[in-house]
Design a protein around this ligand. Sequence first.
Ligand code: NAD
Length: 437
Amino acid sequence: MAPMKDQIKHKNIQFKEHPMLDSSPVFRMARQQMVKVAERSELEPGILDRLSVPKRSFIVAVPVRLDNGETQVFNGFRVQHHITSGPAKGGLRFHPAVDLGEVAALAMWMSWKCGLMNLPFGGGKGGVTVDPVKHSKRELERITRRYTEELLPMIGPRIDVMAPDVGTDEQTMAWIMDTYSMSIGHACPEIVTGKPVEIGGCVGRREATGRGVVYTIMCALKEMGIDPKQATAVVQGFGNVGSVACNELTQRGVKILAVSDRYGAIMNEEGLDIEALSKHVAANPTGLPDFPKGKKVDPQRMLEMKCTVLVPAALERVINAENAGNLQCKIIAEGANGPTTPEADDILDEKGIFIIPDILCNAGGVTVSYFEWVQDLQQLFWDESEVQKRLQRLMEDAYSRVRKLAKDRSFRNNRIAALTLGVEKVAREKDIRGLYP
Ligand code: NAD
């Protein structure tokens, strides 16, 4: 049977204006993506309306005594997009650009990601508007603990479970776990995921997102008949996701031509020595551009270098109408959340660039977070080979489902297919549960 054409079934879909979120370009982008799904589906308008807004949004003031004795008040946010399938699940971001709209968009994407991966979670996200590199470890601990304290009534292992994101790490999760556990009087490891293994973390969680990114890249290379040993990659961001992705790609023979972080970008046509670069950055956190075995390049130009795979693994909206036309990669593997704007999507479709969309590509993180939560609830822990085997199976299965739907319905790109699977799963659950009361 010939595949169904990519059909627009409903035109002029518009969601109700949201007084606090509509001014955010990232939230508008998340909604634009939802519209693309809604146009092509038979979802009930009432359910779509419910999904177009976050269920709960919290704004908290986080007053903290700095090391110099002064008090500074930070803005903190937590958004629970929906909790139909289980607790809200999603990262906590420390970054100077964090605002409610960004957090709400990231929470919505978490909903679709958990839906796509069939995980029993709703979407959540949190953030504090702070530049973590400008604060001491003691100040970051106080910010984390006070933020947690302010949110105590709204979080819980069956309500909302946080994990690391940009600017936060295993230590941040340990402070949250301790603050929450102290408040209830006993250890509660299942309140967060991505914590150190010593206190109930899952082996392989730290590497899970980057590894998942690379499992999906390997699927795409195979589908396109490209030998990984002949492939090259350019990676934006050298934090948790970017550095692990570089390492895993190198292990499979892919040459890393260029890497960037917030301090600059470097390249080496022979392939960067990722092990040496990791050691260099660990010793000099601001020193990536000075890596002796690399040549400095302009970070914007770096994105436009000729390569097989471009991996954005930093922030949102970095591939946009300005630069999409200049990209020379064959594949974009979205390690970051929301790195490509809808305008760029249209240009990339025209150019025939194959996108592995964020909610699929970086889903390894929340998948192993799910493994961690399950292990904590049962107090029964798996070994790393078990974790990796299960992760690889779920990532490859999700990749196949996305590609099958994209082909069956002749969708313009994989993003529409992935979002359709995610949105329809959540919508189905809402429909079956009905509307309370
Ligand atoms: P991180 O804080 O560990 O690393 C972020 C990296 O991006 C750093 O190297 C930073 O220097 C770099 N960066 C910041 N601004 C930049 C700029 N303008 N240009 C180039 N590089 C820049 O964060 P992370 O956990 O690796 O997250 C990266 C992305 O992956 C985010 O979009 C996040 O939401 C997404 N993500 C993370 C996880 C996870 O498990 N950590 C899971 C899914 C998705």
